[in-house]
Design a protein around this ligand. Sequence first.
Ligand code: ZN
Length: 343
Amino acid sequence: MIAVDVKYFYEKLEKLLTTPSPSGYTHEIMTEMEAWTQALGYAFEWTEKGTGIITIEGKDDSRTVGLSAHVDTLGAMVRSISSSGELNFTLVGGPIVPTLDSEYCTVHTRDGRSYTGTFLSTSPAVHVYKDASSKERTPDNMSIRLDEVVKSKDDVLKLGIAVGDFISIDPKTTFVNGFVKSRFIDDKASVACLFGVMKHLSENKIQPNFKTKVVISAFEEVGHGASYLPSDIKEMLAVDMGCIGLDLSCTEYDVSICAKDSSGPYDYQMTSRLIELAKANELSYAVDIYPFYGSDVSASLRAGHNIKGALIGPGVHASHGLERTHFKALENTMKLVYLYLTA
Ligand SMILES: [Zn+2]
């Protein structure tokens, strides 16, 4: 069984979580991962749309299997600049908007400058606005207060800030009592899990059963992440956050195996094999149905790829808000990915 290099894993996890990468702005973290991959001795290619593809030679190279996880996250973009110097924004992906109220953020200009600010409601002061508490938190009722002396739209433009600049949300990454507490655990924790598995394979010179392509997708949160796949991939295991809540059985300590989500049921044989592997190796796991969800496998199938696909991932609480999971869920996920490749 895999022995996780915990120090390596946390180092990569922290770097992933704290490097801004809203969908469409993932080049910096992708370049970082290219270096990590080369350090492990594997090949890394970029596709035109910015996906990273890592190739691991297998014992039998006549078949290629895929693993995927997405490094892009939710975020925002400057929509307009108000006459008094606040930034109006449009969302990138689907965060729980009320959770953005009072969150710190960074505006990234296209010429490489960055400025900090805070998401606030347009009735931000309880001593002034009757509806400070009750105003609905939507992008139309919110704006960004910059930490710069700006009194007009012109002052903002002079900073080099323009419509179309990316805005990243402070992830508030914290490691406490075995918990990982942060935004964007979806899906950066899974990316870190894949590096955890690759570290073990590389260090111990273990070859997976088949040639393996690890797809690090960059547009999952906006729906078309892994819509392009290398044509030799015959089956793909998407590693993405597991849902928690309602009548679902997954917890923050489990690897979740998704039997069906909004895009329909996952491949019967692959899913059954994953359940068997989890059971036989006494992993802490849950099989669930995700009510509102699609994965990189869904995007590939919708784009017309003729693949088998399955979905697993660490149980993540409060997804698209202030998320949390536990190292146990991440470890169970790494174990199941490792078994999928080598058992
Ligand atoms: Zn995700």
